[in-house]
Design a protein around this ligand. Structure first.
Ligand code: SF4
Ligand code: SF4
Length: 368
């Protein structure tokens, strides 16, 4: 009789690639030094209003606090950088456009990657002669996934806090499985930022307070996505025309200068989410905005958050027509009547008196 099949790391990684993951590595479960910085980061107040991170700090400190019999973390990376439109021309006369972070322009990665991780776990259970525990997370669990990605050999944590792979760059979704199987671990990825500081220098708000340390309170991604209430006036100008998230510290990274393009249609930008004209987005009824963002990660900001961001972006654009549109009332846009949104609209309309800054404008040849 054949000996029972023993699942090995190479077989898991092969299957991960078959399921559409571009990278897969095995991180050992250990007291990795980087894990312990979380508490200091929280103590410094860098989590802003994301109190849920503090509530799960104990579990985030070690995956064994999530699964006591954990022996490894299977970490996957998926390239999401798809085709992008030509850069904004800046031509006078073309309406200003809003910037949405690349990861949020297509389908919601939580949905897509959870299905793929579940398929990987199912395959492992079918192939393994041993029973085992496994928990899959896509940015949803108390796991410091970038640390495990580094120890799983996927790359290193850059000064911009992103996981960088020397060949694929940082436009990567990370997703992982905490597992009780003793799979052979990979070798830790080595730091390759060197003397480069481009991301720190490019951040418009100084949110990267030290190499690899982010103060969320100043980060445009936090301000446009996670923050639920009012954006402090001191930060509004720095938002520019960012409507959802910010990619600046990845755009400037040398490892992203020739980024691999994903052919996966799940990540391709939906019509209306690739350099959308600010005025068009603002004028959409709430029902249309909901339809546009259905099954998209952009739902996280809620309608009022999106309207708030649009108002600030329009104010920063200095565009007369778009500012006038803010004053239009419509029963189809009840989220625009939210008091918090209205206050940002008032602020935006007050920006008309300021000198107009340069802001990206829609390409003349754009089909939008
Ligand atoms: S996402 Fe934008 S605001 Fe946040 S650290 Fe990077 S460059 Fe700065
Ligand atoms: S821009 Fe430079 S310092 Fe920043 S993450 Fe990329 S390589 Fe590292």
């Amino acid at each position: 009789m054949d000996a029972p099949a023993v699942l090995n790391a190479e077989a898991v990684k092969r299957q991960a690639r078959t399921l559409g993951f571009d990278l897969c590595g095995i991180a050992p479960v250990d007291n990795h030094a980087e894990l312990s910085f979380l508490q200091e980061w929280l103590d410094r107040g860098y989590a802003g209003e994301m109190a849920w991170i503090g509530r799960s700090a104990d579990r985030r400190a070690d995956v064994r606090n999530v699964m006591p019999d954990a022996r490894c973390v299977i970490v996957t990376g998926t390239v999401y950088s798809g085709p992008t439109p030509p850069p904004p021309s800046g031509d006078a006369g073309s309406p200003p456009v809003g910037i949405i972070a690349r990861y949020a322009r297509g389908d919601d990665y939580h949905d897509v990657l959870t299905a793929r991780l579940d398929a990987l776990v199912s395959w492992m259970r079918a192939e393994s002669s041993e029973s085992f525990d496994a928990r899959a997370y896509v940015d949803t669990g108390p796991v410091q996934e970038r640390v495990y990605a580094q120890y799983g050999g996927l790359g290193w944590i850059g000064k911009n806090t992103c996981l960088i792979n020397a060949e694929l760059g940082s436009w990567l979704f990370l997703a992982e499985i905490i597992c009780s199987l003793p799979l052979e671990p990979d070798t830790q990825g080595l730091e390759q930022c060197g003397a480069c500081n481009k991301c720190i220098e490019a951040c418009p708000t100084g949110a990267l307070v030290e190499p690899g340390v982010l103060d969320s309170n100043r980060c445009l991604s936090y301000l446009t996505i996670e923050l639920r209430g009012s954006i402090a006036e001191e930060h509004r100008a720095a938002l520019g025309v960012h409507v959802y998230g910010c990619d600046i510290c990845q755009d400037v990274c040398p490892y992203n200068q020739v980024p691999p393009r994903s052919d996966d249609r799940a990540w391709h930008a939906r019509p209306g989410l690739d350099l959308p004209r600010l005025i068009d987005l603002w004028r959409r009824p709430d029902t249309e905005l909901l339809r546009l963002t259905k099954g998209s990660a952009m739902r996280r900001a809620k309608l009022t958050g999106l309207r708030r961001n649009l108002a600030v972006a329009i104010g920063n654009s200095g565009d007369e027509e778009a500012c006038s549109a803010l004053a239009e009332s419509s029963a189809e846009r009840p989220s625009a009547d939210d008091p918090m949104v209205r206050e940002h609209v008032q602020w935006a309309m007050g920006q008309r008196a300021r000198a107009k800054p340069f802001v990206p404008r829609a390409p003349v040849s754009s089909s939008q």
